[in-house]
Ligand binder design. Structure first.
Ligand code: NDP
Length: 345
């Protein structure tokens, strides 16, 4: 099957690309620069230009960004992962919301117009589009595939994480609105969204730009390995559920290519609760060489809030539909640390 994967240099997308290629699919992937494109091509020297076609899309915020790319003949499935996930922005509207929303609407519009062979589009959304910030400490709230973040554009100056959550929520809403409006825009594909919470896991080496450039969700593990938690482990805040990056990649592959019945669904890809204290404990137990810089047993911060002060979640529908056994935290943390060690962490 020929698959278009946007943002192929990303933390999650690099794993998706790897899984697609190892399953023998042909992939067209987009990155922002020729430098990144060449790194990806070099990583798969055995693949022909037909099997792995790396194209440049410099800015997904431009409404016509994907107009040419979708015209590559024969694309059947699109996995749209590209969207900003970082907190070093000054203007949340132009730097987060516009790339998230315009990128999503732009690719859907381009497919509807010019790529009639596409039957399914998978959009990487987030738990950010599920969570309600006002309810994260409410034990009577259960977040599930049916939950929607009520955030609006008016909220984007509240905090950096609110701005990010708004970008993901508005983008996902726009995607569902687009397919609901197929009679006027001509969309012939169905839509699946993948909604993961904090994603941890090993980095794919050929796209990794060093510890300074680590992706946002793995940053905390780099912080821990650099001794930043020695005297105080930070609280998890609202993001207290997680999933392994290899499972997130697998969910994209399943959703796009192997589970026709996923059409029209939101997939809440979650392995369970975690705390920063638990991550520190796994590292302490498995990597004695870090003992000096890790928080010792006397540091008691960074645990989960008590059950009476935290939300509940339920992703049974997703787990059942996919038939997936989520990778456990200990394995993820061990594999992440091993992958980061190569860079001097
Ligand atoms: P990365 O930062 O590694 O990946 C983001 C990708 O989007 C990169 O390929 C990046 O390109 C691309 N991108 C960002 N902004 C633009 C832009 N303006 N124009 C073109 N490309 C752009 O993070 P992740 O892999 O973690 O994120 C991938 C997706 O997963 C995102 O949609 C994110 O919202 C979502 N997600 C991530 C979670 C996590 O915990 N990691 C949790 C839930 C959802 P470049 O490599 O050139 O920077």
């Amino acid at each position: 099957t020929k698959v278009l994967l946007t943002g192929g240099s990303g933390f999650i997308a690099a794993h998706i690309l790897d899984q697609l290629l190892s399953k023998g699919h042909s992939v067209v992937t987009t990155v922002r620069s020729e430098d990144k494109a060449q790194k990806i091509r070099d990583a798969y020297p055995q693949k022909s230009a037909e099997e792995l076609n790396v194209l440049i899309v410099p800015d997904i915020a431009k409404p016509d960004a994907f107009d040419e790319v979708v015209k590559v003949p024969g694309i059947e499935v699109v996995l749209h992962t590209a969207s900003p996930f970082h907190f070093n922005f000054t203007d949340p509207k132009t730097e987060l919301v516009d790339p998230a929303v315009n990128g999503t609407v732009g690719i859907l519009r381009a497919i509807a117009r010019s790529a009639p062979s596409v039957r399914r589009v998978v959009v990487t959304s987030s738990f950010a589009a599920i969570v309600n910030e006002a309810k994260v400490s409410d034990p009577n709230t259960t977040f599930s595939e049916a939950s929607w973040n009520p955030v609006t554009l008016a909220d984007i100056h509240k905090s950096q994480s609110t701005a990010y959550r708004a970008s993901k929520t508005l983008a996902e809403r726009a995607a569902w609105d687009f397919v609901a409006d197929s009679s006027s825009n001509g969309a012939k594909f169905d839509l699946v969204t993948v909604n993961p919470p904090m994603v941890f896991g090993p980095v794919v080496h050929h796209v990794f730009g060093g510890l300074q450039g680590v992706n946002t969700s793995n940053e905390r593990i780099v912080d821990l390995l650099q001794g930043k938690w020695k005297t105080e482990i930070p609280a998890v805040g609202a993001a207290m559920i997680w999933v392994d990056v290899r499972d997130v990649a697998r969910v994209h592959v399943l959703a796009g290519l192997e589970r026709p019945e996923a059409g029209g669904k939101r997939l809440f890809a979650t392995a369970g609760l975690f705390s920063n204290a638990e991550i520190a404990e796994v590292v302490r137990k498995n990597f004695p060489e870090y003992a000096e810089i890790l928080p010792g047993p006397e540091v008691t911060t960074g645990g989960l809030p008590p059950v009476s002060k935290r939300f509940a979640y339920n992703n049974d529908a997703t787990t059942k539909l996919l038939g997936i056994d989520w990778i456990p935290l200990e394995k993820t943390v061990i594999d992440t640390v091993n992958s980061l060690k190569a860079y001097g962490a």
